[in-house]
Design a protein around this ligand. Structure first.
Ligand code: ATP
Ligand code: MG
Length: 464
């Protein structure tokens, strides 16, 4: 279950940026350009949080606020006001708005506002299902494998030491972000912000002003002073994702915050002190980055104080089915499908696959299969082709068994491939009752090419 957010504003640009920004955080967002369409939707489906503009083409946001409050007293409504319009803000609060958001707003502030709402105890007790949503969204790490049990212990140690810098390593899709969130929400900082930044997604100088903020006039576009994410994350956790891609100049600045817990805004002259726990994550080979001069060794040691390695899914195969079942459970509810489980042959295929994209890949595969499946068990036909091919290869005693043929002393590649060819041709002939044209078709060969195969392998050809 996800948090449902509605945006009501007649300006398309505002709707679009807000929607994009909030959707990136995993919320379910819908937008409306006038009061009528919003109310229609709200009456039928409700919402958890509403961002409501005051001046709408067909109504006034402050009146809509009253109406919406009557319909669903538990909904959290935030009024978007013009910058400096104190009067509207006061009226909104009196009429039961949860908060107000002055325009122009900063997306980070909006996200922070939403995070805080979700975390706030008052919300948890008002909407007890929020707690449940929160947990499904952020906290469920599935896995009973011994390696996952050790991982849980490491998470709980990291959560207790809430000033210690943590580095999470693991292949793509192994759950690094999930682990980072878990550490935060188990720690004493749980009711403070958890802010995540992707170092690979933003360029160097932009990232610097995102992280550390800037003073008015620090550069051409800096018309106002802006707080950086380190300030916004104060008392909470800052999650630096894809740390392997950090610019050299930023590395120096980051090192200083980690060592001295203070920094300066871009263009600033005074030190700002913060209490932020940094968790970073990467799937890059950081030791290699150091060797190649792309990562400062001193920064690496600072980041790597408590290191957590998440094993790839193929190294904890016993969890594959457990994860698959959990994801099926999640998606069958989401898509309202009557599917009770997996067919035996489907399980075999899934368990045989190596999942280069790890848990994320498994999750996507199950989501797709749940959508596609029309019977009440997931069948192999609903799985992507590559899983079936890879499973066939593994199952086939012709090509792979535990005692791989190329390790034997007098192994010859050519002879081996010849024997595989011969075996396949024989099997297909058997299957087609020796009908050459059918066999050629199954093999994707011309009749002439098939005859060549028969001759080459000394297989009897009754037609000749
Ligand atoms: N042990 C787990 N139990 C349940 N869900 C998991 C688990 N591990 C990962 N997931 C899910 O798999 C998806 C990928 O996880 P996440 O984004 O944390 O991976 P990541 O390591 O940060 O990936 P990337 O390197 O691509 O950024 C998410 O939907 C996450 O909820
Ligand atoms: Mg990630």
């Amino acid at each position: 279950m996800t948090v449902k957010i509605l945006i009501v504003d007649d300006e398309e640009m505002i709707r679009w940026t807000l929607k994009e920004g909030l959707e990136c955080e995993g919320y379910e967002v819908k937008d409306f350009k006038d009061g009528r369409s919003f109310l229609e939707h709200f009456k039928r489906f409700g919402a958890d949080i509403v961002f409501l503009d005051v001046r709408l083409p067909d109504s006034n946001g402050l009146d809509l606020l009253l109406e919406a409050n009557k319909l669903e007293p538990e909904a959290i409504i935030i009024i978007m006001t013009a910058y400096g319009d104190v009067e509207t803000a006061v009226t909104a609060m009196k009429r039961g708005a949860y908060d107000y958001l002055p325009k122009p707003y900063n997306l980070v502030e909006v996200n922070l506002m939403v995070h805080k709402i979700i975390q706030a105890n008052i919300v948890k007790s008002q909407l007890h299902h929020f707690q449940e949503r929160f947990e499904t969204q952020f906290s469920r790490i599935i896995g009973e494998n011994q390696k996952m049990k050790s991982l849980r212990e490491e998470i709980s140690i990291a959560a207790k030491a809430d000033k210690t810098t943590v580095l999470i390593r693991g292949e793509s899709g192994t759950g690094k972000e999930l682990v980072a969130r878990q550490i935060h929400f188990q720690s004493n900082r749980a009711d403070k912000p958890f802010i995540d930044v992707n170092a690979a997604a933003v360029s160097g100088s932009l990232l610097e002003s995102e992280l550390f903020g800037h003073e008015k006039g620090a550069f051409t576009d800096a018309q106002k002073q802006k707080k950086g994410l380190f300030e916004l994350a104060n008392s909470g956790t800052l999650f630096l994702d894809e740390i392997g891609d950090l610019d050299m100049s930023l590395q120096v600045k980051l090192l200083r915050v980690l060592q001295e817990r203070k920094f300066r805004r871009v263009g600033g002259t005074t030190d700002i002190h913060v209490d932020v726990r940094v968790i970073s994550a990467t799937n890059a080979d950081l030791e290699k980055n150091i060797e190649e001069g792309r990562l400062r060794a001193d920064l690496f040691y600072r980041l790597n104080i408590f290191s957590i390695k998440i094993p790839p899914l193929r190294e904890r195969r016993s969890d594959i089915l457990l994860l698959a079942k959990n994801f099926l459970d999640e998606f069958r509810k989401e898509f309202s499908k009557d599917i009770s489980g997996f067919r035996e042959d489907t399980i075999k295929i899934i368990e045989n696959y190596d999942f280069p994209g790890n848990v994320r890949e498994l999750r996507n595969i199950i989501e797709r299969a749940t959508l596609l499946e029309s019977s009440n068990l997931i069948r192999p036909a609903s799985l992507p082709e590559e899983l079936k091919i890879s499973s066939n290869l593994k199952e086939s005693s012709l090509i792979f068994n535990d005692d791989v043929p190329w390790r034997s002393e007098n192994f010859s590649f050519k002879e081996y491939i010849d024997s595989v060819e011969k075996r396949i041709v024989q099997e297909v002939l058997k299957e087609t009752d020796n009908k050459k044209s059918k066999a050629a078709q199954m093999l994707g060969l011309t009749r002439f090419a098939l005859r060549h195969q028969l001759k080459k392998h000394g297989i009897e050809d009754d037609d000749s």
